[in-house]
Design a protein around this ligand. Structure first.
Ligand code: HEC
Length: 129
C-alpha cells in the first residue's frame, strides 16, 4: 500500500490528519446506510436507489490494482459529483470540515480537502481486497 503524505495547514490539527480508525468510525456514521457495514454494498438504503452502491473494497480491483487516493477524495468531498452523494448539492463536502488539509499523492498531485475525507480515504485504502 502506498503511503500518502499529509501536510496539515494552519488551521488543521496535525494529530487529526491521516487516521484510518477515525475514518472507519466516520464510515460507520455516514456511509454504511448505502454501502453496507463492510463497504460491499447492500446497506439498508440501497434497495431504494436506482444505482447500486458499489463494493468499496474493490475500488483498486476495478482500476487494475491501483488505489487512486485523490480521485476517491474528490468523490467523497463532492467535487467529483455523483448523484447518489448529492450531485450538485454534495452531502459530505458540507458535513466534513472544509478544505484545510493538503493531501499529496505521489505522481498525481495535491488536493486540499477536509481531514475527515483524508481519514476516510485512508480507511478505504486499507480495506481493499
Ligand atoms: C445515499 C447513498 C450513499 C451514501 C450515504 C454514500 N454513498 Fe458512496 N456511492 C453511492 C452510490 C449509489 C455510488 C455509485 C454511484 C455511481 O456510480 O454513479 C457511490 C459511489 C461511491 C464511491 C465511488 C467508488 C468507485 O469505485 O468509483 C466512493 C469512493 C464512495 N461512494 C464513498 C462513499 C463514502 C466514503 C461515503 C460516506 C462518507 C458514501 N460513499 C456515502 C451511494 C452512497
Amino acid at each position: 500500500m502506498r503511503a500518502v503524505l499529509i501536510l496539515a495547514l494552519a488551521l488543521a490539527s496535525p494529530a487529526a490528519a491521516q487516521d484510518a480508525s477515525r475514518g472507519e468510525r466516520l464510515f460507520a456514521e455516514n456511509c454504511v446506510v448505502c454501502h453496507g457495514a463492510e463497504g460491499r454494498g447492500g446497506g439498508p438504503m440501497a434497495e431504494i436507489l436506482t444505482v447500486a452502491p458499489p463494493d468499496l473494497r474493490a475500488i483498486a480491483a476495478r482500476r487494475g490494482g491501483a488505489f487512486p487516493e485523490i480521485e476517491i477524495a474528490r468523490i467523497i468531498d463532492g467535487r467529483d459529483p455523483i448523484l447518489s452523494h448529492g450531485g450538485d448539492m454534495p452531502i459530505f463536502g458540507r458535513v466534513f470540515g472544509g478544505y484545510d488539509t493538503l493531501m499529496r499523492e505521489e505522481g498525481v498531485g495535491t488536493l486540499l480537502t477536509a481531514d475527515e475525507v483524508v481519514d476516510l480515504v485512508m480507511y478505504l485504502e486499507g480495506v481493499q481486497d
